[in-house]
Design a binder for this molecule. Structure first.
Ligand SMILES: [Zn+2]
Length: 628
């Protein structure tokens, strides 16, 4: 048989890649991993903030799971998540990392292939456009733009590093330059052009609508993705007035197939190494601020590009460091957006410092007027975010009476309630009552209560703790069906027996014929594994709930001793015992019921005797337990 369908070959390619990739090494590029068991490694989770490692990678089963935040998956899922990219991009990146050439067709559908082609072509358009703008800046017509940049204190090196350019006043130059290489349809999708739609009743259906550059007479700041590829632009107008013709002062590219503003942090491509090395980032508001701070030698600076921070941006930043110095004034107009930004950072468990410059100074102006040493000193004196908030609340409600203190507390509460960790919230409540000088026990109690009851979703006893050793053994046995398929070799072929030991089949048989999983904490997980049988390759894809996935991961991460027929049989016996005990309790409970009909009573008594006898039997014969 010779399968030649593209679908199969691309699936094969992904499978081959996955087998060649060692997830421990791939993850190791992002996370410092330590050996934690026979087959697993652990480290600090890249997807949530933590101080003790709850992120584990299973070397033989090739999956990762975080016991802190529940993130789970295979090597592709990891790359996708950590790099914030699509699945096809993750495949490509993994191939790159392994030095495996991509096959010609590696997309699961023509639409996917087309999308990928468009994205690649759009990146090319942006490379060309950025070069065009840079070239224009050097030409005579770029004189005003050069003047402007000089006025902002940017030297040639900085201009070159940030690939700053100039969009000429004519709307057609860029179009004409790009039209030689790219078709117009693509240029329309690039977000760099505006166009007149053809009239609906056009006499000539072929008449192409004119397109012209959106960015005219503007200083052009490229926006890059994390890999440093230009994906969009911000254009700063050079027109003295911002009338309708000149457009707004700052103009941004619209969202396109390659640019989603909620996922991009300005300058992250330049800053990421420094952020990792210095273990903190400086977050500023505008691109100009960012460029100035960077040019002054603070290379760990990034900007949110004028928009309010998004959760995705916070997570993206958190991959490099969870410590951030926020250098914009939360008191200014537009404080809403700022507050939201800080709130998101709090929710993502960032360690936040607030750097407040003198009134009237933004980072750009501050550095130009006072120099980089002054900025470095200011950085050193940045304040813990909650200290800052408390100071502010005190300034807002300065009176020393209890009414004013209540107002201050109420002002602070929403901020505290954003903190995910109950312990941290508890500490903050205490700090606030001390700093505000709250001596009323009632108010103190109220504050503490409000702080600690954020939402009850976090702490809850999981099924994990209730699962017995026997259940764990049987779950491992069930999961071994998929392991053998994936690894191509038997995990435990025992010599001396005619029939090869198959832990999965043994467990399946016992569990299904006696329904031994009923009522167990692991019932739903066992059912999911039994349902799938031996047909699946990826065992971690089987659990139906987050909790079950976590349970399965924790069991597989701790596969220490080998499965033997004896351990599996022992586990089955243990479950029978659990079943018998539970049934015995039910029977005894039923016997207590007043007014029990005689027949029923006798049947129950008989069952009780049978159950007790069965429990005494060390072999726990399987038939004994089941009252038919
Ligand atoms: Zn995590």
């Amino acid at each position: 048989m010779n399968s030649t369908s593209t679908l199969t070959s691309s699936d094969n390619f992904k499978e081959t890649l996955k087998q060649q990739a060692d997830i421990v090494r791939i993850v190791g590029d992002y996370v410092k991993l330590k050996k934690a068991g026979a087959q697993n490694f652990s480290g600090l989770c890249p997807f949530h903030a933590e101080k003790t490692p709850s992120f584990s990678v299973h070397a033989t089963r090739q999956f990762y799971h975080c016991f802190g935040c529940g993130e789970s998956g295979d090597v592709f899922a990891f790359i996708q998540k950590v790099e914030n990219i699509t699945f096809p991009e993750a495949v490509r990146l993994l191939a790159q990392k392994l030095g495996v050439p991509m096959p010609k067709v590696s997309f699961s559908s023509p639409a996917e292939a087309r999308d990928a082609q468009v994205r690649m072509a759009l990146l090319d358009v942006h490379v060309r456009a950025a070069a065009f703008f840079q070239e224009c800046l050097r030409r005579p017509e770029g004189a005003n733009a050069r003047e402007y940049l000089k006025g902002r204190g940017l030297d040639d090196e900085t201009i070159a590093r940030f690939r700053i350019g100039y969009a000429p006043d004519s709307g057609f130059l860029l179009r004409d330059a790009l039209r030689r290489e790219f078709d117009e349809e693509l240029l329309r999708e690039s977000g760099l052009f505006s166009g007149f739609e053809p009239k609906a009743k056009s006499e000539e259906p072929k008449a192409a609508p004119a397109i012209y550059s959106k960015f005219r007479n503007r200083v052009m700041f490229p926006i890059c993705n994390e890999q440093g590829k230009v994906i969009a632009f911000t254009g700063r107008t050079l027109s003295a007035s911002t009338d309708e013709k000149a457009g707004p002062k700052y103009l941004n590219s619209p969202e396109t197939a390659i640019y989603s503003k909620s996922r991009v942090l300005f300058n992250l491509d330049n800053a990421k190494e420094a952020i990792r090395k210095l273990e903190y980032s400086i977050l500023v508001e505008g691109q100009m601020d960012c460029i100035s701070v960077y040019a002054a030698g603070f290379h760990n600076v990034i900007a949110s590009s004028g928009t309010a921070f998004t959760e995705l941006q916070a997570k993206l930043l958190g991959r490099f460091s969870k410590k951030v110095v926020v250098n914009f004034d939360p008191d200014t107009a537009g404080a809403r957006a700022t507050e939201r930004t800080l709130g998101l950072l709090v929710e993502e468990e960032f360690n936040i410092q607030v750097l407040t410059l003198e009134t009237g100074f933004d980072p750009d102006l501050f550095i130009r007027r006072k120099g980089k040493d002054a900025y470095a000193a200011a950085l050193k004196h940045s304040q813990k975010y909650f200290d800052y908030l408390i100071d502010r609340a005190r300034a807002m409600f300065p009176a020393r009476n209890s009414e004013s203190k209540v107002k201050a507390v109420n002002h602070l509460l929403p901020h505290i309630q954003r903190v995910p960790s109950r312990i941290v919230r508890d500490g903050l409540a205490l700090e606030i009552s001390q700093k505000l000088g709250i001596d009323s026990a009632v108010l103190r109690q109220e504050l503490k209560h409000a702080a600690t009851t954020r939402s009850a979703t976090q702490v809850k006893a999981t099924a994990e703790e209730q699962v017995t050793g026997a259940e764990r053994v049987l779950i491992r046995a069930l999961a071994s069906a998929t392991q053998m398929q994936a690894g191509g070799e038997r995990s435990s072929a025992r010599g001396g027996t005619d029939e090869e030991f198959d832990p999965a089949r043994q467990a399946q048989y016992a569990l299904q014929s006696e329904q031994l999983y009923e009522g167990l904490a692991s019932q739903s997980l066992m059912e999911a594994l039994l349902e799938a049988g031996a047909e699946t390759g990826d065992v971690m894809a089987l659990p139906k709930t987050e909790e079950d996935r976590r349970l399965l991961a924790s069991i597989l991460m701790h596969e220490e001793e080998e499965l033997t027929p004896e351990t599996v049989e022992g586990a089955v016996r243990a479950l029978r015992r659990i079943y018998l005990r539970r049934r015995l309790e039910e029977v005894q409970g039923a016997l207590q019921r007043p007014g029990l009909p005689l027949e029923e009573r006798q049947a129950l008594l008989q069952e009780k005797v049978r159950l007790k006898r069965a429990l005494m039997d060390p072999g726990l014969a399987e038939a004994a337990g089941r009252a038919s």
